[in-house]
Design a protein around this ligand. Sequence first.
Ligand code: IMP
Length: 431
Amino acid sequence: MGSRNVIIFGSQWGDEGKGKIVDWLTESVGGVVRFQGGHNAGHTLVIGGRKQVLRLIPSGMLRPDVICYIGNGVVVSPEALTKEIDELKASGVDPEPRLRVSGSCPLILPSHVALDQAREARRGNAKIGTTGRGIGPAYEDKVARRAVRVNDLRDPAGFRARVTDLMEYHNFLLTKYYGAEALDPNAVADEVLGYSDRILPMVHDVPALLAAAMARGENLLFEGAQGVLLDVDHGTYPFVTSSNCSAGAAAAGAGVGPGALHFVLGIVKAYTTRVGGGPFPTELSDAIGARLAEKGNEFGSVTGRPRRCGWIDAPALKRAIQLNGVGGLCITKLDVLDGLERVKLCVGYEVDGERVDLLPFGAEAVARCEPVYEEMPGWSENTFGLTDYDALPTNARRYIERISTLVGAPIDIVSTGPDRDQTILLRHPFA
Ligand code: IMP
């Protein structure tokens, strides 16, 4: 049989619970591929009750035998990568033999982190609320064709010269524009080169390996990070991340042809969250928002920041489905809504007196959207950990089915808890 390849992406502002679903689906694949973002992502997995946060390493790593690929579209911090490897080793998983890193990945340097943080400080109240990991500045350097990349580590003298050149520019910005401290280029080169011996053995021609895996008939899972509303082109710009987080990025960011990608699974939280700045039409600043945050443990897995919480937003989901060619949805964290007397769904927006049913582009347009809600009765029963759709309370099923109707996409999976087994399967994406 030929290989079947599935893309998983976040259909809101990230933190939809993609990591758990990727890990769960990894049973059906030979490899998991990251294609954009960096260690701004935080994928929390719970296996047998034990929690593991992955940032840069694909969420397939916890299954023995699965190969994990970091594609060229990912920005790599050598420090973060080696730290994550060591954390995994400490918990009994050895990622090195199963990790394949593209030599074309741009490197995140300490000066990118300094620039990210200096820039946010200067923006004051208008700050993006970035994760402060240097993601944006690293992507800027990539597009400006001045990045240092993983393969450059192979030639230490050349690497040092490139870093020195690049840091002349970074230090100019840091000191003259942001009034921050300069960094010593030699110290930065030494620090990054210090990781070479650990990173270079994992560097491969990722597109060639993916082509070979597909030729062998292996299934692949392409793991998106962040969410489509944080996509640099389609999100709530400028309150976005610096990469394309939509499904279309999988081909370019991994080095496979679009024809090799067969199915797109959108992950949707049963409500909505956002971390960082930017407009959020269905945000709740009341006791219900606080309850969702508490029950859903809505704190950033990378930065620990509290996440903003609100009702589910159908016009935003419709946009996500349109932009990503979604074949099916997976609803996560349904149990967080257990016990609410009533639940609300945003079914459209009022914008300057007109009714709109699709999220507009850009922060300014989204900020003008006043949500229009539909109310449904909630359910008092516990859905946590259920594995059978028919065991769900009738009102919970009605809620899920209403979402499906409003957004025009089938619900294929319902996640009822963080553990692998706490999953209801209606249609398998690899079937
Ligand atoms: P950056 O990606 O660090 O530049 O941050 C840009 C925006 O994306 C900020 O609002 C971050 O909070 C948000 N962001 C980045 N990565 C994630 C993620 O994995 N989950 C949720 N939000 C994220």
